[in-house]
Design a protein around this ligand. Structure first.
Ligand code: F55
Length: 871
């Protein structure tokens, strides 16, 4: 590898080569030097926050050494590289994850060693925990000081985070590219039952996990015009785009350590800053203030994450974010490729780019622009390279989430890109015409340009399909659905091989080992895997099956669940101003029923809370007809219904659902008659670090979307991996979870995706009213049972079912939902052993949903990329 250091100086460099800390003693030395030199503090003023900073800096030092080696190795071997472009990376906290994944000599020595050296205390995490104790700190408290890196909305962003973990663990030469938002997803407060958004100040204290690369500054242009030259040359020829506004993209790198490997990959996040160019005209005219303000506007590009999930808000700044990030990333990727001095035609052999949803679609156009305008390649030669490089993942079939940008906006912001889009579309439509002559209808249906009455728009999903060699959905049902609905015409045009499925997965390091250390320990003991190799090969979990009915094992399994329920109860108490929701003694016999995810009508939190109301009203009836608490408990075991999730700030119905949940909680939790039979709690500010506490504590979790609307879901996988049973519809990955764990171990209900259209049609033209069970609930709401001050408060929720066509089919699924919940009650209550057996068998068979499997599928079937293993 090239270096700028003269040969005769190398000896000195080697003599002073930096070393990782490997022992508790070396860690402590490193820690203290960071306290003094990095933080300029000392033992007299080192609080938990400083200790978190110093620990992170020390761990980061180790990671950086492996990071550098990984990058050198990848440069030397020059394998095919993978770039994962995502506008969202919902990383959560880094320190504990790094402690689990990091390798010191302590860990390396242990591998393959005898059992006695492998007892607890030998992993680097245990070593650091003890070393921290000696320094006067508790690791758990230190970990709690870290703010979440919440650079995402929900499933899509968290998927990207799981993927970078698995790509590093699988030793793939893969980088993530994203944006470094100064404010991630807003923090949610609940005030008087309503969601209130507050800014996410995650960078208030310096972020030890990022390395600023201030020396790299990529200029990015916006606006301006295309100079067509004297004799109006064709748009297919190299063209000059004269940009009107320029900002700089500066990368911040985050090290991504793999598990049980020294591979440390890179997540590169771009930040916008003003150019040093200055508007001297304005300045000289005495307009100093305005010339400075314009400069500062640059920073607004990466100021904030758009807080909508599965909904498009066509804002100019959002499009600016997308281009800024695509252009900076492409520039970086092309620069790295050019260092290898290979022919352009080899670009797709050297590079695979995966685009996470349509948000990075401009990268396709940008690469075409680079190749045609800057590198002067022939249009068609360039287009072949582009389409062989990109692949596209779709995450939704819902119309309101499909990206479209008005031509006028796109043409003003990116005039040259719009020309290129027109030309891409032109050649595409020519091909379609050749294949299916005179089908004008088909041409207008598949055109990248939607000629709607209002405003012409660019359909980003179509552009992404045309510009990619593979398109994948994220679960089998969803991948089938996109082929028969939204992308049907493209299957006809390209054949069905271009469309494929890669079912989502989650990283078992964070979602089992880190979130649920007690369960992880029980598993490793039981299957005799002290080195936690099962976290790399989750098929090993099937060994748990043979203990599914073993009573001694069931007890241990149950103890772990009780511990985790207690841990969640403690968190809830803390969030609830120190007041317990459930009495301690009752936790053991209380069914924890949890639904945590973004609040959305299609996810049907409203159906869940209607079910809670139904249960409440029915229990009240029983009590009022003279039944004793004991008798009620026989039919309805004690239950706490836990909700959590953020609503998009402008999503009226979702916000009303949050308010309803809190209003129901108010009534139910304060009803003396009901006592501890039923409790309801909305956990404010659901995020990754809270999910790590919540997920291991479920007895039951809810995945109850209208069939055909939830592309995959990933929290379903997380809950099952932590020994929770699930109630769900035949939707997304629920289908494959059922196949893997067995239909006896999941509570499925409701209408199928294939019947949804027909049911919606029926609601529109032959409204048959709602079933009696639901009517009871809606009547109570309408009578002000949960809004005594304002009886009409929840009318919009009632009307959406009764008068506006019940688009999400709550009335069609409600009875099946209630009776399935009763089945849950019966199993939980009457047969604890049966419940535990289901729980154990579920975990035993959840291995398929490791994101490692997922990444391997992408690598084999889409990227054609190989791992680069450290020696
Ligand atoms: C964010 C912004 C826009 Cl403009 C559109 C969508 C989103 C978003 O957050 N989508 C999202 O989270 N989709 C989810 O992706 C998961 C991972 O594939 C799926 O499991 C889940 O079903 C899907 O809704």
């Amino acid at each position: 590898i090239e270096t700028t250091i003269p040969a005769q100086s190398r000896e000195i460099w080697n003599k002073h080569k930096v070393q990782k800390f490997n022992t508790a003693d070396e860690f402590q030395e490193r820690f203290i030097s960071h306290v003094e030199w990095t933080l300029a503090r000392s033992l007299y003023n080192c609080d938990d926050l400083a200790a978190y900073q110093a620990t992170s800096q020390s761990v980061r030092d180790n990671l950086v050494i492996d990071w550098n080696k990984t990058q050198q190795r990848q440069t030397a071997r020059d394998p095919k590289r993978v770039y994962y472009l995502s506008l969202e990376f919902l990383m959560g906290r880094a320190l504990d994850n790094a402690l689990i994944n990091m390798r010191t000599d302590t860990d390396v020595r242990d591998v393959g060693d005898t059992d006695e050296t492998l007892t607890k205390g030998n992993t680097s995490r245990e070593m650091i925990k003890n070393a921290m104790n000696e320094l006067g700190f508790k690791l758990e408290d230190i970990l709690d000081e870290e703010p979440d890196a919440a650079l995402g909305n929900g499933g899509l962003g968290r998927l990207a985070a799981c993927f970078v973990d698995s790509m590093a663990t699988g030793n793939y030469p893969a980088w993530g590219y994203g944006l470094r938002y100064q404010y991630g997803i807003f923090a949610q407060k609940i005030i008087n039952g309503y969601q209130v958004e507050t800014p996410d100040y995650w960078l208030n204290f310096t972020n030890p996990w990022e390395i600023e690369r201030a020396e790299i500054q990529v200029p990015i242009n916006f606006y301006g015009y295309v100079d067509r030259g004297q004799n109006e040359k064709s748009t297919l020829e190299p063209s000059d785009w004269i940009g009107g506004e320029r900002v700089l993209a500066v990368p911040y790198d985050m090290p991504i350590p793999g598990f049980k490997t020294s591979t440390v990959n890179n997540l590169r996040l771009w930040s916008a800053k003003p150019t040093t160019e200055f508007d001297f005209k304005k300045f000289n005219n005495g307009d100093y203030k305005n010339s400075v303000e314009e400069q500062q506007r640059a920073e607004s590009i990466t100021a904030v994450l758009y807080p909508n999930d599965n909904f498009l808000q066509g804002k100019e700044l959002r499009l600016k974010q997308q281009y800024f990030w695509c252009a900076a990333s492409l520039h970086d990727i092309v620069r790295r490729f050019k260092k290898g001095k290979r022919a352009w035609s080899e670009f797709p052999d050297a590079i695979a780019i995966q685009i996470n949803d349509t948000h990075p679609t401009l990268a396709i156009v940008e690469l075409q622009r680079i190749l045609v305008d800057l590198e002067k390649l022939d249009w068609h030669e360039a287009w072949k390279i582009v389409t062989s490089t990109f692949a596209f993942t779709n995450h939704t079939v819902m119309q309101e989430a499909l990206e479209k940008w008005p031509i006028s906006l796109l043409g003003r912001l990116l005039p040259r890109h719009l020309e290129i889009i027109y030309d891409i579309n032109w050649f595409f439509l020519q091909d379609v015409e050749k294949k299916f002559p005179h089908d004008m209808d088909l041409l207008s249906r598949v055109s990248v340009i939607e000629e709607s009455s209002q405003e012409r728009q660019v359909r980003m999903a179509y552009l992404a399909i045309i510009g990619s060699h593979k398109v994948n959905g994220v679960a089998e049902l969803h991948s089938d659905l996109i082929k028969t609905t939204i992308f049907k015409d493209f299957v006809k045009i390209y054949g069905s091989n271009k469309f494929t499925n890669v079912t989502n997965g989650i990283t078992p390091r964070r979602w089992l080992k880190q979130a649920n250390p007690k369960l992880a320990q029980l598993i490793s003991e039981t299957i005799n895997d002290p080195e936690d190799n099962y976290l790399l090969d989750m098929s090993k979990l099937t060994q748990l099956s043979k203990y599914a009915e073993d009573e001694k094992f069931q007890k241990k399994w149950n103890d772990v669940k009780q511990f985790n329920k207690q841990r969640l109860a403690d968190l809830i108490k803390k969030l609830n101003n120190g007041v317990d929701i459930i009495e301690r003694d009752h936790i053991r016999n209380t069914l924890f029923d949890i639904q945590v995810k973004r609040i959305h009508e299609y996810k049907r939190q409203q159906m869940n809370i209607f079910g809670v109301i139904h249960r409440y009203l029915t229990m009240k009836e029983l009590l009022q007809s003279g039944a004793s608490i004991e008798e009620v408990v026989k039919k309805y075991p004690r239950k706490v219904s836990i909700f959590g999730g953020k609503s998009a700030p402008g999503y009226y119905m979702a916000k009303l659902i949050i308010k309803l949940i809190n209003s129901v909680a108010d009534v139910v939790n304060n009803d003396k008659e009901i006592q501890d039979l039923l409790k309801v709690y909305f956990i404010p500010d659901y995020n990754v670090s809270k999910a790590e506490i919540i997920t291991p504590a479920s007895d039951l979790s809810e995945h109850i979307s209208t069939a055909g609307t939830e592309a995959s879901g990933t929290s379903n996988m997380k809950f099952v991996m932590n020994g929770g049973l699930i109630i769900g519809t035949v939707d997304g990955a629920n289908v494959e979870i059922t196949r893997e764990i067995g239909e006896d171990n999941i509570f499925l209900f409701g209408n199928l995706a294939e019947n949804v259209d027909e049911l919606r049609y029926k609601h529109q033209f032959h409204n048959e009213g709602v079933p009696a069970s639901l009517a009871k609930v809606l009547d109570a709401m309408q009578n002000g049972a949960f809004s005594p001050q304002n009886h009409s408060e929840f009318m919009p929720l009632i009307d959406s079912i009764k008068s506006h066509g019940d688009y999400y089919l709550v009335s069609d699924d409600f009875e099946a939902y209630i009776s399935t919940q009763e089945l849950v009650d019966q199993v939980y209550h009457k047969d604890k052993k049966e419940w535990l057996k289901k729980s154990i068998l579920s975990v035993a068979n959840i291995g398929f949903f490791s994101s490692d499997r997922c990444i391997e599928e992408y690598a084999d079937t889409i990227w054609n990329a190989e791992p680069v293993k450290p020696e």
